[in-house]
Design a protein around this ligand. Structure first.
Ligand code: PSU
Ligand code: MN
Length: 299
């Protein structure tokens, strides 16, 4: 696999300086333009301000990039031909010269190939509601099961069946850590009602658990579940009926497979008059901040 690493990423890799991997599906398919570009630029700037090299991953014309120059970041944010590309589609994207935005699964695969160990996203994919009929379970889970990295998230997206997602992660051997909470956060909301998550209090503790996993020969990921800041959350009682309505709309309009998550995020954005976008932005930035400190601990 030929990978274009940006100059900054190359230098940081050589010197052993901290690097934070970032995905591009959240930019291309998770948020509308131009809010997505502003979010991506802010995330990268935060990394730099705090002494960490950002490594946004994407595919341009079938070539893999780790670390995007400004013009490529803009392209990913703006261009309609950029396709959502998960791990199973990597070979297709390369051979068929796609422009691709990488999901959690493909970003983890690529970041791990170049030796980056920390990655921040918004919320991971998981077991969709009604998966007992649709079998729709995100590849994010199989990637988390197989790739030893620290992934910082605000839990799994609330559009999913969260209890089933947690069960599946247990089966797959994924270590879940609640950041300063024993309750699994629900993306837009801090609470999900799912208790019993192992709570950690610092970036140092996260780094130690990851190192202990590695030295034990464990090859699955450490998923950090970092609740959205209180001031930005949409309480679960408020968002749940909206999510239900959006899930119904997806069934009525026969939206399935890889189109489902982007459809739901967009539909919820409409139904909340943009409030969910602000929450998504805030939680993703909050995850980048924690990812930055964990990357520094591990460097
Ligand atoms: N987090 C967000 N917004 C997003 C995603 C994560 O806040 O759009 C993306 C990630 O790329 C994740 C994908 O891998 O959603 C999940 O898609 P699916 O459910 O089709 O696996
Ligand atoms: Mn799916």
């Amino acid at each position: 696999m030929k990978i274009h690493t940006s100059r900054d990423v190359q230098l940081a890799l050589k010197a052993g300086h901290p690097i934070l991997a970032l995905e591009s599906t959240i930019i291309a398919h998770g948020m509308p333009f131009p809010d997505n570009l502003k979010f991506a630029q802010r995330g990268e700037a935060l990394c730099r301000e705090r002494g960490v090299t950002p490594a946004t991953v994407a595919i341009i014309n079938g070539e893999i990039y780790v670390g995007l120059e400004e013009n490529l970041l803009k392209f990913i944010a703006e261009d309609d031909s950029v396709r959502k590309t998960s791990r199973r589609e990597l070979g297709i994207a390369i051979a068929e010269k796609w422009h691709g935005a990488t999901t959690v699964s493909s970003t983890m695969h690529i970041a791990h190939q170049v030796g980056i160990s920390v990655f921040a996203t918004g919320g991971i994919g998981g077991v969709h509601r009604g998966a007992e009929y649709s079998f729709d379970v995100s590849q994010d889970l199989s990637a988390l099961a197989e790739i030893p990295m620290v992934v910082v998230s605000a839990g799994a997206k609330a559009i999913l069946d969260l209890p089933q997602t947690i069960e599946m992660m247990e089966t797959l051997g994924i270590s879940i850590l609640g950041y300063k909470t024993g309750e699994f956060p629900a993306f837009y909301s801090r609470e999900s009602g799912i208790l019993g998550i192992h709570s950690v209090g610092s970036d140092h503790e996260i780094a130690n658990i990851y190192k202990a996993n590695i030295s034990s020969g464990i090859s699955s990921a450490v998923l950090v579940a970092n609740p959205v800041p209180e001031k930005n959350e949409i309480p679960i009682q408020e968002i749940e009926s909206i999510i239900n309505a959006s899930c119904k709309a997806a069934v009525t309009q026969n939206i399935k497979g890889k189109d489902l998550t982007p459809f739901l995020l967009k539909d919820i954005l409409g139904k909340t008059s943009g409030r969910s976008l602000e929450t998504n932005r805030a939680l993703a930035i909050n995850n980048i901040k924690l990812g930055i400190s964990v990357a520094k601990e591990l460097a």
